[in-house]
Design a protein around this ligand. Structure first.
Ligand SMILES: [Zn+2]
Length: 636
């Protein structure tokens, strides 16, 4: 039986990481050398060798990335970044290696099984997209560009990680915040309370603080994280990517990037954004009017509403119109119970069990490890790293630690979040379910012969569909009642959850428009020539968002997806359309129906990237995916 990766004790991490990187690069280099010296290798030999190389490189880069984003010791994070640069340089050389590409080009795919033929075609596509067939000067520049791009990308993330801002206010300026939150934020010797831009601090403040000046001060800090430093970094990153796309013969980076996605072209991205924006128009304006009128009861002179007031008055509307008191709601969501509840729910749904591994070495005491067991067999391991700390990744994401390969290595993944330690907002519960959807995809899809297809290795604009679909379980009264209990042990009432759902549906039109503003920004930055990102931001906000820009803010500087997703932020909405469609196959009155869930697990998640996502979804639904379920939900 396969054993999980043995992680080092925290003080050993740096040495361990460098070693893992060295070993992996050596193994990859050796496999390359063997392939080059082989006499007329067969196609099967080529794909097997390629799999070895990708396993080695993937193992090194996954460990490097997890450590770079999570390790409490800055020196280890730096070692992670350094390892990433070395692996990236190796991969770039590989992609530009003519001798290798000739070997791959010379074999015939005749007689290959489906997965091997698919892998061979992917290897060839990758070679073409990395520019191996370009002249020598171009290849030299492409190599340079790859290094510069990675450096800029790492700089962008580091500036966000290290860019936490704070406000200092008097305790009376925090009126409206929950008692336990206030208790966790005592005044210092000067009588002032420090509140950071980290989510557990700033999200409740924006939702509940009755003092507009405090909300305004926090808004300005939140929307200026990593500004001005990341302004220049982002412009540089965009220019480098655009240059690469041009050298490779694409009109824009968006075209280059979209080619390997479900959406296929940059133009189709803008069309999709416009289609969603139009579909959301009526409901966006209707619900915005409701929030604005509620604000005008307090501020009669208010003409418009911005992010200073949106969360706060949105919350008030939910409370007054739908009788959803977020502060009452959070009394049902104690972190420890939610974490256990999530594990129980997903275990039941997907036929798995999560077995705590108490003696597993972890990088911080907050981290918990679980073995994933199916039919008495360990099929993977997961790590949950769920609370904020200095120098840690600031958002929520699933990181691969090891990609599963049948008979070789177990899939292992890490959830990295920034959740409250005590009573959680329901939004945080939804986030946790979302990220767990990625983790399950990674593990369940991790039984593959070729690492290239392991886990969340589908087209990148499909990856958010399984995670967004799992969010639905965090809105179901029966599911929530199984773990969400207040101090007195009473489960959350079904009627309250029904009202929460109505409250959540309120504002979905303007939220969709805000999402299209982000998607439009991500597309514009990587399509049109850029000199002033803030100007593009303002232009896209005006075009898609129904809320105005706040002068003096620079949201883009801390919007990590502008690096990671580049032109592809539309992915979330594209995936949501598919998630709503897939969810329509489940019985909304019985979300624990194991037949549908196990069919979903086996047809959509288990194949990983071994087939096109559209085919997996069609296999599950019995028909091609469509826009209808999403449009119906939006109009509701
Ligand atoms: Zn996600």
């Amino acid at each position: 039986m396969l054993s999980p990766l043995a992680l080092p004790a925290p003080q050993e991490a740096r040495r361990w990481l460098v070693q893992r990187c060295d070993d992996s690069l050596a193994r990859a280099a050796q496999t390359v050398a063997e392939l080059k010296s082989a006499q007329d290798p067969s196609a099967a030999q080529v794909v097997d060798a390629w799999n070895e190389i990708q396993i080695a490189l993937g193992n090194a880069s996954a460990a490097a990335s997890v450590h770079s984003e999570t390790h409490p010791d800055a020196a280890v994070r730096e070692a992670g970044d350094d390892a990433m640069r070395r692996i990236d340089a190796f991969s770039t050389d590989l992609g530009l290696d003519r001798e290798l590409s000739d070997i791959v080009g010379a074999v015939s795919d005749e007689g290959l099984d489906h997965d091997s033929a698919r892998l061979l075609s992917r290897i060839r596509r990758d070679f073409h997209r990395s520019g191996v067939d370009r002249d020598e000067a171009t290849r030299a520049r492409l190599k340079e560009l790859a290094e510069l791009e990675l450096a800029a990308s790492q700089e962008f993330s580091r500036n966000i990680r290290d860019g936490v801002r704070t406000i200092r206010v008097r305790p009376e300026d925090l009126a409206g915040l929950p008692e336990d939150w206030l208790k966790d934020h005592p005044a210092d010797d000067n009588g002032l309370v420090t509140v950071t831009t980290d989510y557990p601090d700033s999200v409740p403040l924006m939702s509940f603080c009755t003092n507009r000046a405090t909300r305004e001060a926090m808004t300005l800090e939140r929307l200026n994280v990593a500004w001005p430093v990341n302004d220049e970094v982002l412009l540089r990153l965009i220019a480098l990517r655009q240059e690469r796309a041009t050298l490779l013969g694409y009109a824009t980076w968006a075209d280059f990037d979209a080619e390997v996605k479900m959406i296929k072209t940059g133009t189709a991205i803008r069309e999709f954004i416009d289609k969603i924006a139009a579909a959301a128009q009526d409901s966006a304006l209707r619900d915005k009017g409701v929030v604005l009128r509620r604000m005008q009861q307090d501020v009669p002179e208010a003409q418009d509403i911005t992010s200073v007031d949106l969360a706060y008055y949105g919350e008030l509307v939910r409370k007054e119109t739908y009788d959803v008191d977020a502060q009452l709601v959070r009394t049902y969501f104690d972190f420890a119970a939610v974490r256990q509840g999530l594990l129980d729910v997903t275990a039941r749904l997907f036929g798995l069990s999560w077995v705590a591994v108490l003696d597993a070495p972890v990088w911080h005491p907050d981290v918990t490890a679980y073995d994933v067991v199916r039919d008495d067999e360990r099929i993977g391991r997961i790590y949950l790293d769920l609370h904020p700390r200095d120098g840690k990744f600031k958002h929520a994401a699933q990181f691969d630690l090891v990609s599963g390969v049948t008979g070789r290595q177990l899939p292992e993944g890490v959830l990295v979040c920034n959740l409250t330690r005590g009573l959680m907002e329901h939004d945080e519960v939804v986030t946790l379910f979302h990220e767990f959807g990625h983790l399950i995809h990674h593990v369940v899809g991790g039984n593959q012969r070729y690492v290239r297809f392991s886990g969340v290795a589908t087209e990148w604009d499909f990856v958010e569909a399984p995670s967004q679909m799992l969010e639905e379980w965090a809105w179901d009264p029966t599911v929530l009642a199984s773990f969400a209990k207040n101090d007195a042990g009473q489960p959350i009432p079904a009627a309250l959850v029904e009202r929460m759902k109505k409250g959540e549906d309120f504002g979905k039109g303007y939220q969709a428009r805000t999402q299209m503003f982000y998607a439009g920004l991500s597309h514009a930055l990587y399509t049109d020539p850029q000199t002033d990102v803030t100007a593009t931001l303002r232009e896209q906000q005006q075009r898609y968002s129904v809320f105005p820009y706040i002068p003096g803010t620079h949201f883009h500087c801390a919007f990590g997806h502008l690096d990671g997703y580049s032109s592809g932020y539309y992915t979330y909405m594209w995936s949501l359309v598919i998630a709503k469609d897939m969810f329509s196959a489940f019985d909304p009155h019985d979300l624990f129906d194991e037949h549908v869930a196990s069919r979903y697990r086996d047809t959509v998640l288990a194949p990983g990237g071994s087939h096109d996502a559209a085919d997996l979804v069609a296999d599950f639904l019995g028909r091609p995916y469509s826009f209808d379920a999403y449009a119906e939900w939006l109009a509701r």
